[in-house]
Design a protein around this ligand. Structure first.
Ligand code: HEM
Length: 382
């Protein structure tokens, strides 16, 4: 995608992208320059409430109750209900659990001469971690993972595939039923997010629909993004052997390396659509209230006006103020968790496999516009 983003950034930002199959919107304004993207995210040009106003109560889906699609004061209230486990202290408490999950997956990798890093490691780890946090039965992890993938594809509005859209709608309904039933069970595992949200709903701090929708959001927001970060980190290291050798010599560069992966191959390529809440004038374009706007963080992350040699993967890059986790009120809630998972996972993997190698020089990416995720990444643990 990067040459296309470069062209858009150099020639025309904002760029009007037509999506003729999406009759409701017709298209959106894509912003690709660093300063513009930062500005849009900060201003939280949101007004998804408009969507809520237009849709009758009976036709609302779980999406309408998720904090990512809410404006204050609902957004503030919902975010405060689920923020504690994602604080620094909350995430530190998960280190032992994450380490255990990582080591179990590395044991499996060790048994093979050649293995797909995505299927064997990057895919199962994030969903296993979120399942433990939420309190969903561990045996349901595969089911939850499949739903998130189907949903992500179905709701990627730049993919014109009616079958995928239909499957996405079905997955949304099945997932909604699943979480509604799970929350209705009398006893929830103690200390889990489901238990806490159920108590909040009983105390009327949120509605039962809101409680259920935040569980779905955490699963959706945390799965494919973190899977992508893990895969992209391995990909960047294996295709930049000089940087990998440097990291092996200086393991203290691990956090800085993860930060550079987030910039260089942003897992969430563009933030969710916003709706202009006030008129925007930008380089001769007049954007009216209500028009859709899309801040493309992955394009901003390679803007030469902000990053020297933006197309170079440099694990020592400083400063590195990328926008991979967004900004403003919707800034990623799971940032500390994602960084911690990646630090533990990549750190232990490199320690355990000093001769790890890629099998193919050009791994395949999934055909998706929203997430930057590898289809597969065959490796030899060595
Ligand atoms: C929001 C990226 C992992 C939960 C966001 C946003 C971005 C993002 C860009 C803002 C979207 C927007 O403004 O339109 C990422 C990346 C991740 C990651 C790159 C991994 C590398 C996680 C994890 C969780 C999580 C592990 C939790 C389990 C959330 C939530 C929001 C969010 C709840 C909505 C926040 C709000 O609306 O206030 N994420 N995310 N994310 N993320 Fe993450």
């Amino acid at each position: 995608p990067y040459p296309v983003y470069r062209q858009m950034r150099d020639q025309e930002s904002p760029y009007w992208l037509e999506t003729p199959h999406d009759a409701k919107s017709g298209g959106c304004w894509m912003f690709t320059r660093y300063d513009e993207v930062k500005d849009l995210l900060r201003k939280a040009h949101d007004a998804p409430q408009d969507i809520k106003r237009l849709i009758p109560e009976s036709q609302r889906t779980a999406f309408h109750y998720m904090l990512l699609y809410s404006d204050p004061p609902d957004h503030t209230r919902l975010r405060s209900l689920i923020s504690t486990p994602f604080s620094r202290a909350g995430v530190n408490r998960l280190d032992a659990m994450i380490t255990r999950q990582v080591d179990q997956l590395l044991d499996v990798i060790q048994e093979h001469d050649e293995v797909d890093f995505i299927a064997a490691f990057a895919e199962p780890l994030p969903v296993n971690v979120i399942s433990e946090l939420l309190g969903t039965p561990i045996e349901d992890a595969t089911l939850l993972r499949d739903w998130t993938v189907t949903l992500g594809r179905g709701f990627d509005s730049t993919i014109n595939d009616p079958v995928a859209s239909q499957r996405g709608v079905e997955a949304l309904q099945e997932m909604t039923r699943y979480f509604t039933e799970l929350m209705a069970r009398p006893n929830q595992p103690p200390g889990t997010i489901i238990e806490s949200l159920k108590n909040d709903s009983a105390a009327q701090k949120c509605s039962p629909q809101e409680a259920m929708a935040q569980c779905m959001l955490l699963l959706l927001a945390g799965h494919e993004t973190t899977l992508s970060l893990l895969g992209n980190a391995m990909y960047c290291l294996l295709t930049n052997p000089g940087e990998l050798a440097k990291l092996r010599q200086q393991p203290e560069l691990l956090d800085s390396m993860i930060n550079e992966v987030l910039r260089f191959e942003a897992p969430f390529q563009r933030a969710v659509f916003r709706v202009a809440a006030e008129p925007i004038t930008c380089r001769g374009h007049q954007i009216q209230v209500g028009e859709r706007i899309s801040p493309v963080v992955s394009a901003a992350n390679r803007d030469p006006a902000q990053f020297a040699e933006p197309d170079r993967f440099d694990i020592e890059r400083k400063p590195n103020r990328h926008l991979a986790f967004g900004l403003g009120i919707h800034r990623c809630l799971g940032e500390k968790l994602a960084r911690s998972e990646a630090r533990i996972a990549i750190g232990r993997l490199l320690q355990r496999f000093p001769h790890l190698q890629a099998v193919e020089s050009k791994p395949r990416w999934k055909a998706r516009s929203l997430f930057r995720t590898l289809q597969s990444l065959p490796v030899k643990p060595g």
